[in-house]
Design a protein around this ligand. Structure first.
Ligand code: NAD
Ligand code: UDP
Ligand code: UDP
Length: 350
């Protein structure tokens, strides 16, 4: 995909002014919260490659140092272990706010941990986002929130357009995540309208790729890890529910275009290719092991029946669309998972 042909001046007086590449005097300073996680670390790679100075703030709740290890010796890179629920003082031009505990699906087998983690979800989404907006206000930085397609809940409109307000159960088991992100969007818009903070909102649809948490319970990572370990792939419910799966490099491109562009959003960022979980299992079989088994399990409460982004807005205003189909993206994730599950010495197993 075409690279963005301009960058922002890091000089605050010129903040927001577009400077053609090559004419800028200084590189950008960018904060990525959650930057040692799955999406964050890929974003960091792109920002570092562009020549920016990058600060990652992460509490390693689900992130891993290994994801950014290759930048640790670079003087343009800084890694800070910090929980965004606590205030932080930094000086940057842009803030990509990704910090957020991974899907609560992960914890449903352990009720005590679940309560703690739901609480953490809320606190990070609400207090963490507030702190990052407060930081953006103090230093006049541009702020990008990574929201989620989950704000549409179990959608009654299909595909989902940004103007759809969603169908979320406020007291359900998933609401800590859905409602947490909805509050984060509200806070972001309030800081924008009330205090003139420059903000951007991305609504991210299911994304997969290398460095995904192995055991976070999301469907693509589950199926891939299960097929590699010769365990049956667990389908929740009848497997007819749908999701749209986006490869991580497409998402990162969309996030950067959104940050550099002139539009607040929200923007759906996702791949419109829609798959049932049965179809996904078939793609995983085709990619890893045609004899991989399937096992049906009871579905979780409030599981959205269908999800597919309408990306016309991002296409028109950001010139963005995903370019990696599932059949191409999956093998890249599989080789990363294979390496992490079996170790490098057993790579030849494939
Ligand atoms: P991830 O779990 O790999 O990354 C989240 C990162 O945030 C981790 O490194 C974690 O340690 C860190 N973190 C969590 N709580 C924190 C806190 N209180 N303080 C500091 N750091 C904290 O998940 P991801 O898939 O990379 O998600 C990144 C963002 O994108 C999240 O905001 C998520 O809600 C959003 N998103 C992701 C998807 C997807 O399919 N991957 C879909 C929709 C939205
Ligand atoms: N904040 C922060 N870093 C900063 C500035 C603010 O973490 O550089 C936090 C601050 O602690 C507060 C939140 O952001 O909890 C909101 O800040 P804001 O100034 O908007 O609100 P106020 O502090 O006036 O309530
Ligand atoms: N799912 C599944 N098997 C798994 C994990 C998830 O069938 O091992 C289903 C889940 O019920 C949901 C879909 O896959 O319908 C996507 O789940 P995920 O947690 O990945 O994302 P989200 O529900 O947040 O979109």
């Amino acid at each position: 995909p075409r690279r963005i042909a301009f960058e922002l001046h890091s000089d605050h007086a010129n903040a927001g002014r577009r400077i053609p590449l090559g004419l800028k005097s200084k590189r950008l300073r960018v904060l990525v919260t959650g930057g040692s996680g799955f999406v964050g670390s890929h974003l960091v790679d792109r920002l570092m490659a562009r020549g920016d100075s990058v600060i990652v703030v992460d509490n390693f709740f689900t992130g891993r140092k290994e994801n950014v290890l290759h930048h640790l010796r670079n003087p343009r890179f800084e890694l800070i272990r910090h929980d965004v629920v606590e205030p932080v003082m930094l000086e940057v031009d842009q803030i990509y706010h990704l910090a957020c505990p991974a899907s609560p699906v992960h914890y449903k087998y352990n009720p005590v941990k679940t309560i703690i983690s739901f609480f953490k979800d809320h606190k990070t989404n609400v207090v963490g986002t507030l702190n990052m907006l407060g930081l953006a206000k103090r230093i006049n930085a541009r702020f990008l929130l990574t929201s989620t397609s989950e704000v549409y809940g179990d959608p009654l409109e299909h595909p989902q357009v940004e103007t759809y307000w969603g169908n979320v159960n406020p007291i359900g088991v998933r609401s800590c995540y859905d409602e947490g992100k909805r509050v984060a969007e509200t806070l972001t818009m309030d800081y924008h309208r009330g205090l003139n903070i420059e903000v951007r909102i991305a609504r991210i649809f299911n994304t997969y790729g290398p460095r995904m948490c192995l055991d976070d319970g999301r469907v693509v990572s589950n199926f891939v890890a299960q097929a590699l370990r010769k365990e049956p792939m667990t389908i929740y419910g009848d497997g007819k529910q749908t999701r749209s799966f986006q490869y991580v490099s497409d998402l990162v491109e969309g996030l950067m275009r959104l940050m550099e562009g002139d539009h607040v959003g929200p923007f759906n960022l996702g791949n419109p290719g829609e798959f049932t979980m049965l179809e996904l299992a078939k793609v995983v079989q085709d990619t890893i092991d045609p004899s991989a088994k399937i096992e049906f399990r009871p579905n979780t409460e409030d599981d959205p029946h269908q999800r597919k982004p309408d990306i016309s807005k991002a296409n028109e205003l950001l010139g963005w669309q995903p370019v990696v189909p599932l059949q191409e993206g999956l093998p890249m994730m599989v080789s990363d998972f294979r390496q992490r599950i079996f170790g490098e010495h057993k790579e030849s197993r494939s």
